[in-house]
Design a protein around this ligand. Structure first.
Ligand SMILES: *Cc1c(COP(=O)(O)O)cnc(C)c1O
Length: 371
């Protein structure tokens, strides 16, 4: 068919090679390669500014940002979350010795359905861990209200929400903590990496300690910590990528708008919503296919794209609550909306280097699946 390379759902952005080389040059002189060095500190300050947050701690990956936050808060019992997410969110809760309690999602923006949270609160509930899935903003004000009435912590999985704003305010300004992923496939990346943004200096200090073996100076450890530090080479990659982030998001916007123009109004296709008061980051372009109306189901569309060497992904299918490691742990049918969406959603390729021509080709193939 087309004379083009295979198209994947995402493709990592990279700065110009020379820019990265210049950024890391000084490390050959300083020989300080990790342990909160110069690049780490510079990136931390720049992110604090870019994200508009009080405190931010850099860690080795997004998953650790969630585990460290749960540990640093000293939570116990149950955590209300959603199963419509990447494995990491649920695993982080379970690996921290906590019990996930699954809340259903909103059928329009796929974030936690806030009308169903209170019915799940018990005396064992200690926190709510919602996901800004696809960069869509959770109902932060309602969640804040529920949490304060029931004295619960709120930790956002903000892995998809880098740079997103709500009513002009950085997304990490909501909740007690927001956990970011800087994985290579995310909107902003440090190859592998992550961060916890929070409002409370004491929490920030505790996380900083936990990520470095719980050490206090050279002769004591006051916490049983592990190692989740971000090294200088990855911090340098972050510094380079941060210089280009606004351009990259602008390219994503143009592509996402083109997808929307081509697919909007196609009967049986539900697109990711444009949320009121939200400055989006265009992290992903998911579409839900209602087979009865569209005339083909999600798997048909996926197979047709694959036959053209275009690799969309079933983000997020299955629900994390359906993983074999959680067999017999959770009652099926608890989250019917999440289940229905997960069986019908397909995330189409979207990354800054994609072109409008390729988006057109993808849309032609998607629409050709209609019977
Ligand atoms: C990517 C991701 C994570 C984990 O981040 P890593 O940096 O890969 O460890 C957590 N939650 C969600 C929703 C993600 O997409």
């Amino acid at each position: 068919m087309l004379n083009m390379d295979s198209i994947n759902v995402t493709r990592s952005t990279l700065p110009p090679f020379e820019e990265y080389c210049t950024e890391i040059r000084g490390l050959w002189d300083s020989r300080r390669l990790t342990n909160m060095g110069e690049k780490h500190e510079e990136l931390r300050k720049k992110l604090q500014e870019y994200l508009g947050v009080e405190h931010i701690g850099l860690v080795t990956n997004g998953h650790q940002s969630i585990e460290l936050t749960l540990q640093a808060m000293g939570l116990s019992g149950e955590v209300i979350t959603t199963p419509f997410t990447f494995a990491s969110t649920t695993h982080a809760i379970v690996r921290s010795g906590l019990q996930p309690v699954f809340c259903d999602i909103d059928p329009v923006d796929f974030t936690i359905d806030v009308s169903k949270i209170e019915g799940l609160i018990t005396e064992r509930t200690s926190a709510i861990l919602p996901v800004h899935v696809y960069g869509n903003v959770c109902a932060v004000k309602v969640i804040e209200d529920i949490a304060s009435r029931h004295n619960l912590k709120v930790i956002y999985d903000a892995a998809h929400a880098f740079g997103v704003k709500y009513r002009g305010q950085g997304i990490a300004g909501f909740g007690d903590a927001s956990c970011f992923s800087f994985h290579a496939t995310k909107v902003f990346h440090t190859i592998e990496g992550g961060a916890v943004a929070c409002q409370d200096g004491a929490l920030d200090r505790r996380i900083a300690k936990l990520k470095n073996f719980g050490l206090d100076g050279q002769e004591d450890a006051s916490e049983v910590g592990g190692n989740s530090k971000l090294d200088e080479f990855r911090a340098a990659m972050g510094l380079c990528n941060l210089r280009h982030i606004d351009d990259e998001i602008a390219k994503r916007k143009q592509l996402a708008e083109h997808y929307r123009k081509r697919l909007e109004g196609a009967p049986g296709v539900q697109l990711n919503p444009i949320q009121k008061d939200v400055t989006p980051n265009f992290a992903y372009f998911p579409a839900v296919f209602n087979e009865k109306v569209f005339g083909a189901d999600r798997d048909d569309v996926l197979a047709e794209l694959t036959s053209h060497d275009i690799h969309a992904r079933k983000y997020f299918y299955p629900l994390t609550s359906e993983f074999s490691c959680y067999k017999n742990c959770f009652c099926p049918g608890m989250t019917p909306v999440a289940k229905r969406v997960s069986e019908r959603i397909l995330t189409l390729p979207l990354y800054p280097e994609l072109t409008l021509d390729i988006v057109d080709i993808i849309c032609d193939i998607v629409l050709s699946c209609r019977k």
